[in-house]
Design a protein around this ligand. Sequence first.
Ligand code: PMP
Length: 471
Amino acid sequence: SYDGPSYERILETRKTHLTPNMLAHFKKPLVIHTGHMQWLYDHEGRRYLDMFGGIVTVSVGHCHPKVNQALAEQTAKLWHTTNIYMHPKIHEYAERLVAKFPGNLKSVCFVNSGSEANDLAMLLARLHTGNQDILTFRNAYHGMSPYTMGLTAHSTWRYPLPGVNSGVLHVMNPDPYQGIWGGAACRDSPVQTTRSCNCPPSGCQAGSEYYNELEQNFKYSLPRGKVAAMFAESIQGVGGTVQYPKGYLKKAADLVRANGGIFVADEVQTGFGRTGEHFWGFEGHDYIPDIVTMAKGIGNGFPLAAVVTTPEIAACLGQALHFNTYGGNPMASAVGIAVLDVIEEEKLQRNSLDVGTYFLNSLAELQQRYELIGDVRGKGLMIGVELVADRETRAPLATPHVLEIWETCKDLGVLFGRGGLHGNIINFRPPLCISYDDVDFTLNILDTVFRQHMNKRHRSWRTGPKFRGFY
Ligand code: PMP
């Protein structure tokens, strides 16, 4: 049972002593004090199904017994060596982790967060290529450090720092749902976008249209047409589960390499079996990146992140000292190994594919009944549902409506996230251990809440013009 400070005291401390950037979801924010697998418990003993996994972080389940045990055993033996002495765990873990990669991705540097991992990837790309400019997509999220804030391309996540855009070019997002090209069958998902396609009957052109657009940057914007790197999430996470047209990333990687750069896959959200079919999201795009960055699910909630690259690219870190006090510490390494074990032993990648595909198909059925579902997309247990005011224009559902839906689902016992510039995309990133029953529970709640919402909307229409501005 809960024995912490009162709810009011927590709110007061938060207001007085924590910096205002601390995100608290919901009008009445939750106090969560216990977790077990896919379940979270608040201070009053209410149970919630966690369909967001602390933003994709809790990969194998809250307080998974095997991960807990590995951590407990390690904390009893050794916490820390600052890497100035060798400890066995980091070596054991490095071997286990790089074995998960294709090609020559054999060197790993451990850090503590996704932002740090992407910072290091930017440094490696610039040192290795001798070029400065880095491309990424509008709508991308790569971190909050001053360096990576420049890569992140949502104005809502950016502060007016001097030089935040220095050496970074945000290129057009190849988004087949909200972008200018795209439509049916463009992307690699068990369900396809409802948007009617403007491509010729011979096949989808979105990939090549967006590719041509990307190519223009080399002609017009980049000095000498050279680039250090391009970064891409394998599916955009914070941006609202945005998937690119099939084949685009592979061609983009070739283009970047032909112009002096390397390609960085940000697998912070899409790694560790999340997308079901593959262990890494980039494998679904049929190319091998030069650097892969990972965080979140790698440690099931323990601060752990990594950069994996080729020995040739890693060699540039020999040019000067580069140090990270906590990176790959014994506890983090023990947790990382246990997470890999659990994913394998409990066949969680397979579960992600099976349960995720069932969830996606069921959501597509729900979409038939509710106009406000503009789009259902994703792979495995990386799923997005875009709520719209109008299916034709794809205008986002207004924030007060999205917030009401979100809050009511929480009150009924299911938690999920919101993404996209307008916050109108429901993001599901549950621990990979969820069951078909958990999906049914979520679908029932969504069905109830969407029905309530549509009833209200019809009632409001009858009350006349006052309501129109809402959507
Ligand atoms: N890359 C991606 C794709 C992310 O989603 C995030 C975090 N939301 C980051 C990088 C940054 O990770 P961190 O918050 O651990 O710095």
